[in-house]
Design a protein around this ligand. Structure first.
Ligand SMILES: C[C@@](CO)(OP(=O)(O)O)[C@H](O)COP(=O)(O)OP(=O)(O)OC[C@H]1O[C@@H](n2ccc(N)nc2=O)[C@H](O)[C@@H]1O
Ligand SMILES: Nc1ncnc2c1ncn2[C@@H]1O[C@H](COP(=O)(O)OP(=O)(O)O)[C@@H](O)[C@H]1O
Length: 283
C-alpha cells in the first residue's frame, strides 16, 4: 500500500435497533445489528510537508476542522505524538444525515489507513477506542465485520447475516440524530432480545415512530418501498431500505422507485470493503 491510493469507506445499515435504556450522561443504550453494504465514499491521502492535517475538498456546510476525517487524523497525531502531516481528499457518495454512517465510516477509514501509512502500529482495539471518541458509530467501521452491538454501539460481536441485495431510498430530508434521541415520545425501555429473536424476525427500529412523526416523507418512503419488500429505517434515518434474495427483484424495485425517489442499489457484505482491501494481518 502507498500514498495516493483510494480507500473505501462503506455505508452501514442497522438491520434492527432497540433502545433499552439511558446512561447517566444522556447517551442511549442500544441493541443493534450492523451490516455493511458495498456503497462507499472513497478517501485518498497524500503527505504534507508542514505537519498539518488538511482537506483538499471540504464538504459544503461542514467546516474543515469539524470534518470527521480531519478530527480522526488529528486525534491520531495527538494520541501518538506523530509529527507527520497529511492532505485528505474525500469522494463523497453517501448521503449525509442518512443513517448510513458515512461520516463515521470516513473517520474509521482515516484511522485505519493513516495508522498504516504513518507506521503507528496501533491495534484494532486501540483504534476502536479512539473511534468511539469521535462518535458512537465509528467503532463498528474500525471493527470491519457485520456485528451485534450493545452499549452505545461499542460492544461488538461479529455475526454472519444472510447475503442479500439491498435497495436504499433516501427521502429528501436530513435527520439530526441528536434531535431524535432528545424526543419526548422516544421508546427508551425496550426489552433486550437475543440474536435468535432477531433471526426469527424481531427486527423493529425503536426510532421509527418518532422519526416518522417528524418527517412524513420518511413514512411515505416506507410505504413506497413496502410495495416491493419489507421496508425498514436505518439508524435514526433518513434512509429506509429493503433486502432482497435476488438481484432481479432488487433491480425491479430500484428502477420503479427511481422514477420518484433518490434510490441506491447495493449488495450486503459481512466484511467491510475497507478491511478486504487492507487485507489480513497487523493494523
Ligand atoms: C443510533 C445510530 C445507529 O447507528 O444512529 P445513526 O447516526 O446511524 O442514524 C448511531 O449509533 C448514532 O451514532 P453517531 O451518529 O455516531 O452519533 P454521535 O455523533 O455519537 O451522537 C450524536 C448525538 O446523538 C445522541 N446519542 C447518540 C448515540 C446514542 N447511543 N445515544 C444518544 O443519545 C447524543 O445526544 C449525541 O450527542
Ligand atoms: N466526512 C464527513 N462526511 C459526512 N458528514 C460529516 C463528515 N464529517 C463531519 N460530518 C458531519 O456529520 C453529520 C452526520 O453525517 P453522517 O455520518 O453522514 O450521517 P448519519 O450519522 O446519519 O449516517 C453530517 O451532517 C455532518 O455535519
Amino acid at each position: 500500500m502507498g500514498w495516493g491510493e483510494k480507500w473505501p469507506a462503506p455505508a452501514k445499515l442497522n438491520l434492527m435497533l432497540r433502545i433499552t435504556g439511558r446512561r447517566a450522561d444522556g447517551y442511549h443504550l442500544l441493541q443493534t445489528v450492523f451490516r455493511f453494504i458495498d456503497l462507499c465514499d472513497w478517501i485518498s491521502f497524500s503527505p504534507s510537508v508542514d505537519g498539518r492535517v488538511r482537506l483538499r475538498n471540504p464538504i459544503p456546510g461542514v467546516p474543515e476542522s469539524d470534518d470527521l476525517t480531519v478530527r480522526a487524523a488529528r486525534l491520531l497525531k495527538e494520541y501518538t505524538g506523530c509529527a507527520e502531516g497529511v492532505w485528505i481528499e474525500i469522494e463523497k457518495n453517501l448521503p449525509m444525515g442518512g443513517g448510513l454512517g458515512g461520516g463515521s465510516s470516513d473517520a474509521a477509514t482515516t484511522l485505519l489507513v493513516l495508522n498504516r501509512l504513518w507506521g503507528l502500529g496501533l491495534s484494532l482495539e486501540t483504534l476502536m477506542e479512539l473511534g468511539l471518541r469521535l462518535g458512537a458509530d465509528v467503532p463498528v467501521f474500525v471493527f470491519g465485520r457485520a456485528a451485534w452491538a450493545e452499549g452505545v454501539g461499542e460492544k461488538l460481536v461479529a455475526v454472519s447475516v444472510p447475503d442479500r441485495w439491498v435497495v436504499v431510498v433516501k427521502p429528501d430530508c436530513h435527520v439530526d440524530t441528536r434531535q431524535i434521541f432528545l424526543a419526548d415520545g422516544l421508546t427508551r425501555n425496550s426489552k433486550p432480545i437475543t440474536m435468535t429473536d432477531f433471526l426469527a424476525g424481531d427486527a423493529r427500529n425503536d426510532c421509527l415512530s418518532v422519526v416518522g412523526d417528524l418527517y412524513p416523507t420518511i413514512t411515505e418512503a416506507i410505504e413506497a418501498l413496502s410495495q416491493f419488500g419489507v421496508a425498514r429505517l436505518t439508524g435514526t434515518g433518513a434512509c429506509v431500505f429493503a433486502e432482497f434474495d435476488s438481484e432481479d427483484l432488487a433491480r425491479r424495485a430500484f428502477i420503479e422507485l427511481g422514477e420518484v425517489w433518490q434510490v441506491y442499489l447495493a449488495k450486503g457484505v459481512d466484511r467491510s470493503p475497507l478491511h478486504a482491501k487492507l487485507g489480513q494481518g497487523k493494523f
